[in-house]
Ligand binder design. Sequence first.
Ligand SMILES: Nc1ncnc2c1ncn2[C@@H]1O[C@H](COP(=O)(O)OP(=O)(O)OP(=O)(O)O)[C@@H](O)[C@H]1O
Ligand SMILES: [Mg+2]
Length: 1078
Amino acid sequence: MAKMEVKTSLLDNMIGVGDMVLLEPLDEDSFINNLKKRFDHSEVYTYIGSVVISINPYRSLPIYTPEKVEEYRNRNFYELSPHIFALSDEAYRSLRDQDKDQCILITGESGAGKTEASKLVMSYVAAVCGKGAEVNQVKEQLLQSNPVLEAFGNAKTVRNDNSSRFGKYMDIEFDFKGDPLGGVISNYLLEKSRVVKQPRGERNFHIFYQILSGASEDFLCKLKLERDFSRYNYLGLDSAKVNGVDDAANFRTVRNAMQIVGFMDHETQSVFEVVAAVLKLGNIEFKPESRVNGLDESKIKDKNELKEICELTGIDQSVLERAFSFRTVEAKQEKVSTTLNVAQAYYARDALAKNLYSRLFSWLVTRINESIKAQTKVRKKVMGVLDIYGFEIFEDNSFEQFIINYCNEKLQQIFIELTLKEEQEEYIREGIEWTHIEYFNNAIICDLIENNQTGILAMLDEECLRPGTVTDDTFLEKLNQVCATHQHFESRMSKCSRFLNDTSLPHSCFRIQHYAGKVMYQVEGFVDKNNDLLYRDLSQAMWKASHSLIKALFPEGNPAKINLKRPPTAGSQFKASVATLMKNLQTKNPNYIRCIKPNDKKAAHIFNDALVCHQVRYLGLLENVRVRRAGYAFRQAYEPCLERYKMLCKQTWPHWRGPARAGVEVLFNELEIPEEEFSFGRSKIFIRNPRTLFKLEDLRKQRLEDLATLIEKIYRGWKCRTRFLLMKKSQIVIASWYRRYAQQKKYQKIKSSAIIVQSYIRGWKARKLLRELKHQKRCNEAATIIAAYWHGTQVRREYRKFFRANAGRKIYEFTLQRLMQKYFLEMKNKMPSLSPIDKNWPARPYLFLDSTHKELKRIFHLWRCKKYRDQFTDQQKLIYEEKLEASELFKDKKALYPASVGQPFQGAYLEISKNPKYKKLKDAVDEKIIIAEVVNKINRANGKATSRIFLLTKNNVLLADQKSGNIKSEVPLGDVTKVSMSSQNDGFFAVHLKEGSGAAGKGDFLLSSDHLIEMATKLYRTTLSQTKQKLNIEISDEFLVQFRQDKVCVKFIQGSQKNGNIPTCKRKNNRLLEVAVP
Ligand SMILES: Nc1ncnc2c1ncn2[C@@H]1O[C@H](COP(=O)(O)OP(=O)(O)OP(=O)(O)O)[C@@H](O)[C@H]1O
Ligand SMILES: [Mg+2]
C-alpha cells in the first residue's frame, strides 16, 4: 500500500524526520537517534534545510537506479525523500534556469563517502542533461576521467580502501541550454610521500598494483617489470591485496578510460613507463665507499636495476649514476661538487621517485583537461564539484595531514560563512527580523595556520628560507615562541606551557585543536617536505632523458633556463591554491553534502553512536540546524503551503481564487494558530516551532482521511446512481421492445383472423352469387331451348310447303361426295414413297373414313410390293425363293438363322471344275452340282472332325475326300429321311438315312458346316423337287443318330468360350456325344 502512494512532500511517510530542522526537541541525542533510526531503515540521507547529510552505508543500496533518476528529475527539493539526486537536481536546474553558477561542496572525514557522492552527482547530472552524440562524448569523457585519476591518486589507507590522496575540484561547464560543454579539473597536493613509504596496513597508489596484476606478460616485459609485489621495495608488503578489489580488472578499466578520455597509445605507454621507472627506482640500493679524504661516498650496489631504468627512460646511465653520487652546489657563479653519503643518496633517490610520480600526476590532470576542455568560447555556466581529502587523524601525523586538515578547516570556514550568509540573506529577502545565533567559528584556527606573519605556514617558510642550520626542531622552537599563547595550539616546549606535564604530547610534536578534533603533528620532515627539494643534478639528469614525457616533467633541468631563485615552498603553494579555491567557491551558489562515517570498520549496518556524535559535533551540524531554525524552524513558499494545507479550511477548499499568501493567511486564522508561531515573509511562510508544523500535518492527515471517506461516499453514491440510472434506462428499453413485440403479435393475430373471417364471408357471398347466376343461366337456357323449339316448330310449320320430299338426302350425298373428293385430292398430295419398307401413311382426316383409310393403306402397300417384285430377274427370284424357303424353315427356330439372312446363297463354294485336283471327282459326277462345299464329318468313335467335300446334285448327296477327291459315300436323295440340328448357334447337322438302303450301311452322317442354313434349305428344296416329298427337318437340342448298329444321342449343351466361338464335340460314352456350344 505504502508503495502505491504518490509522494508529494518530504513529510509523507517520514522515518524519524527527513529534515533535522523539524527535530523536536533539538539536542544531540535526538539528532543522533534520528540519524540512527533513518540509517537502520536504509535512509542514508537527511536534510538540514538544503544541506544533505549522507551516511556511508558501506553497501550498495537500490536507490541510484535510472528509475530513481527519473523520479527525482524536475521535482522540488522537498517533494521526495532526502537524496543526493534531489540536491543535484536543484543545483542543475538552478544553473540551467536561473543562470546561477553552482558548486557542490562535499566534506567529511576520510572514508565518509565524498568521492562516491561526487560521482553520484556527476552521474545524475550526466543522466538528466541534454543528449546527442557530441554531448554524450563530452559526458563520457568527464565521467571516465574519474577512474584514471583514482588509479593514480587513490590508495588504500587504514580508513578507506579507496582513499583520495589528492584534492580535486572539477568545474563542469554547460551551455545556455544546460548541455555539458567540457570541464576543468584542479588538483591539490598529492600525498607523494606515499610513493616511497606507506604506513603499516596501507598501500601505495593503486596503479602500481594494477600494472603488476593486470598487464600482460608482454607488456610487463616491455616495462622491465616482474609480476611479483615482493620484488619492489616501494610496495608495502603487508596489505598488497585488498578485499573486494580486483586490481587486474581495474587495470583494464583504467586503460579503457584513458582511451575514452583521449590518451594516444604512445602517451599511455609513456605514462606506464614512468610508473615502472618509479617502481624500479625503489630497488636501487647504495653502499658506502671510503674515500681518501676520509669521507664516505655512496656507491650503487647493483647496477642492473639502474641500467634497466636508464633503458626505459633513455637516460645516459653514467649521468644518472653521477647524480646519485654527487651534488653540485652553485654559489656566487661557482660550481662546487660534493659527494653524497649513503643517507643522502637514498634521500636523493626517494626525492626523485616522489617528484617523478607527483609531476606525472599533475601532467595527467593537465592532459585530461586538454581533452575535456570546452571547445567553444561562448559564455559558460559552471557547476563545480569539490571532493577533497577528508579530515584525518593518524597515529603519526605529518606535514601531509597538516595540509589536508588545514584544507578541511578552510572548507568548514566557508561552510559557516556561506550558510550563515544565505540564512541571513533569506531573512532580509523575506523581510523578517534576523536574530543573532551563537556558533563556533573556526576562523581562529585558520588564522593560526595561515596568518601571513604568525601563521604556522609562514613560520615554516621562514625557517626554510633562513640561512644557517635549519632543522625540524628549530622550526618547532619557533612555533613554540610564536604560537604559544594561541588557544588552539598546544606544545610541551612552549613558554609557560599548560602542557609541560602532558605526557601524551611528545617533545617533538605540536598539537592543534582543529574544529574536528585535536591532532598531534610530528614535526619531523616538515622542513624537508615544505622545501620539496630535488637536487639540481637529478632534475638535469631527467631533462637529458630521451623519453619525451620525462623530459617534459623536468623543465627546470634545462641548463639554459637555470633559475637561482628558490621555487615556492609546498606550504605556500598550497595556501595560495586553497585561497584561490575559496575565492572561486564564494562566487558560486553553494550546495552542501556533509558525509558521515557510521563506523570505523568499513562495515554495513553498524552505527557507532560515539563516532557519529563526534563527527556531528565537529561538523557543527547542530549549530547548522540552530542557524537554520534561528527564529523559525520551517519555511515554505506560499503556493506549496496552500496546496498542502488548503483542505483544512472551508474558504480555501477546494479552490482558493486569490493570491496564495492571502489564502495562507485565511487558513492560519481559521486554524487559530497563535500569532507568535508564524510570520509572513515576502514569498514564504515562516513557522517558528516544528510542533506547529506537525500539528498542521496531523490535521492534514485527519482531514485527508475524512476527505477520503467523503470521496468514497460520493463515489459510491455516484456509482450506485449511475448503475440505477442505467438499469432504469435499460428496463425502459426492454419494456418498450417487449410491448412493441406483444402488440405486433396481437396485431398479426387479429389481422390473420380478420382475413380468415373475410375470406369465409367472401366465399359464402360468392357461392351465393354463383348459385343465383347458375339458376339464372339455366332459366335463360331453358327459355332459349323452349324458344328455339317453338321457333323451329313455327318455322317448319311455315316453310314445309316450300321443300321437296328428298331434298335432304340429295344435300347429304352431295356433301359426302364433296368431302370424299377433297379427301382423295389431299391423299394424292400426301402419298408416301414407293419403298415397301416405308411405314409412313397420312393421318386420317374424318372419323367416318376410318376403315376406308386403313383399306387404302393396305392396298397401296400391296401395290407397291408388287411393283417392287416386278423388277426382279429370274435368277433373283430364285434366290429370294430360296431365302424365303429358309425363312419359313428356320426363322425363330434356329439361332444361327438371323446371321444367314444377309449372306447370299452361293452353292458352289468349291469350284471343282476349275481345280485339276478334283478332275476325277468332276468326271465321276456328271449331273449339275448344286452345292460344293467342304464340311467337317464328325468321327463317331471320338467326336473328332475330318474334312470332307460335300456335294449336292439333283439326285444325290456325295461325300468325298478333300485331298484326293475320291468319293467316300454317295446317297440318293430318296434315301435321306431326315435332317436333324440343334436350335442353337452351331453348324452341326445329322443326315439320317433310310434304314436298309444301300448307303445306310455305315450309318447316319453327323456333319458340321459354316453354311448350314443354305445347305439344309437347298437339300430340302432339291428333295422336294426330285421326290415330291417334304424332307423332315428336326430342330432339337437332343437327337439320336444311327451309327452302324448303335444309336448315339447327340446332346447340345451350353459350353465355355475356351476355344472362341467354335463349338466342340466330345464323345462322352457309347451312347452320348456332347456338343458344347459357346
Ligand atoms: N553511497 C554509497 N553507497 C555505497 N557505498 C558507499 C557509498 N559511499 C561510500 N561508500 C563506500 O565507502 C567507501 C569510501 O568512500 P569514499 O572513497 O567516497 O570516501 P571518501 O570520503 O572519498 O574518503 P577519502 O577522504 O579517504 O577519499 C567507498 O569505497 C564505498 O565502498
Ligand atoms: Mg575520496
